[in-house]
Design a protein around this ligand. Structure first.
Ligand code: ATP
Length: 369
């Protein structure tokens, strides 16, 4: 258990490239922190600076109040699990898991006990005497985790540990990692580009872009109150719809014009927009596919009409890709499967007003939070 603080941390590589800029975060004991973002956003670099595998150019890293910048990786009491399992091919699973204890001169019986305990937690008891080549991808990844668990580290770092696995196995291992976290009572920091892993595992998520932290929040808050258009578009599948609009003050109320249509705003959103000098501003309206409702094209409540371009039936839900009338902006709708559609069908749609987001077109910042 430990508390980790990154104070205004920067990473500049030798070629002058700034991979991480002003990373500032306090991680409490026993949190499951996720670093998420597109390829190249600096998440692995940040993790490697915490592990001690990469120097910190500027700023400070503290673990339990002690400055770590100059402390060797091996003395940081951190265990790291990588995407490539890096197992010793000639050693059995038992020896692979116990290796780090052996090189730290732990007693044979103690190693045996800890290896058995880790194998039990990870469901590896049956395969302890096999070699890595006789294991499935998921089992190999569990052995890699076993190696980290036996050391009882203060902090567990994981860099894309599931990205070598197929989709089904990834789903299973995700559940196992969640279980492991609840059993171990240790701080986890986990790097992924997969927003589903981020949302399902993290107690808090750090969303990064171009080396800069965009938002640090719980999964629920990231989803409901994205700080900007990037975060809004990155979190959620299918992604949020973005439509061009303009803030209007009409009939005594603030609302949004979307071409010919006017979208009313909830009292809360209007309150949040007050004092922000937004009237007449060009904005981007964000609506998640699950917050668009399909209705009959002639229904009075319809916010708009359109034509079905593609209909995807996914079992319990369906995704409709719509061509909106009067604009060339597409609209993605997530809906139930009570009614099915075909390309060319005419439909009406309405937005769930309490769930629309409005972003400044220039800065991308949310103006309705
Ligand atoms: P990915 O998911 O692709 O691993 P990431 O978010 O983990 O992406 P990093 O590996 O942290 O990204 O890399 C951040 C940026 O730093 C990238 O643009 C990368 O090209 C650059 N970078 C990484 N290592 C070096 C290096 N040794 N010298 C210069 N630039 C580097």
């Amino acid at each position: 258990m430990s508390n980790i603080v990154l104070k205004h941390v920067y990473k500049r590589y030798e070629n002058g490239f700034e991979a991480v800029k002003d990373f500032d975060l306090e991680i409490e004991d026993n949190e499951f922190i996720i670093f998420v973002g597109p390829s190249g956003c600096g998440k692995s670099t940040t993790l490697r600076m915490i592990a001690g595998l990469e120097d910190i150019t500027e700023g400070e890293l503290l673990i339990d109040g002690v400055r770590m910048n100059e402390v060797e990786a091996s003395d940081r009491d951190i265990a790291m699990v990588f995407q490539n399992y890096a197992l010793y091919p000639h050693m059995s699973v038992r020896k692979n898991i116990g290796y780090s204890l052996k090189i730290h001169y732990e007693k044979k019986e103690e190693i045996e006990r800890k290896v058995n305990e880790a194998a039990e937690i990870l469901g590896l008891t049956e395969v302890l005497d096999r070699k890595p080549s006789q294991l499935s991808g998921g089992q190999k990844q569990r052995v890699a985790m076993g190696r980290a668990i036996v050391r009882k580290p203060k902090v567990f770092l994981m860099d894309e540990p599931l990205s070598n696995l197929d989709a089904k196995l990834r789903g299973q291992m995700r559940v196992e990692i969640a279980r492991l976290y609840h059993q171990l009572n240790t701080t986890f920091i986990y790097v992924t580009h997969d927003q589903t892993e981020a949302m399902t595992l993290g107690t808090r998520i750090v969303v990064m872009k171009d080396g800069v932290v965009q938002q640090v929040d719980t999964p629920e808050r990231l989803f409901r109150y994205p700080a900007n258009q990037f975060v809004a578009g990155f979190i959620g599948t299918p992604p949020m719809n973005f439509l061009s609009g303009n803030v209007a003050f009409e009939d005594g109320a603030l609302g949004i014009r979307l071409g010919e249509k006017k979208v009313a705003l909830t009292v809360e959103k209007v309150r949040n927009m007050q004092n922000k000098d937004v009237v007449g501003k060009d904005v981007v309206v964000g609506v998640r596919p699950e917050h668009v409702h399909i209705c009959a094209p002639e229904a009075g409540e319809a916010c708009g009409t359109g034509t079905v371009d593609v209909y995807e039936m996914l079992g319990s839900e369906a995704i409709i890709y719509l061509n909106q009338d009067g604009t060339n902006e597409k609209l993605i709708v997530k809906t139930g499967t009570e009614q099915s559609f075909r390309p060319g069908d005419r439909v009406g749609y309405a937005f769930s007003l309490e769930n629309i987001h409005v972003f400044d077109k220039v800065t991308g910042e949310t103006i309705t939070n």
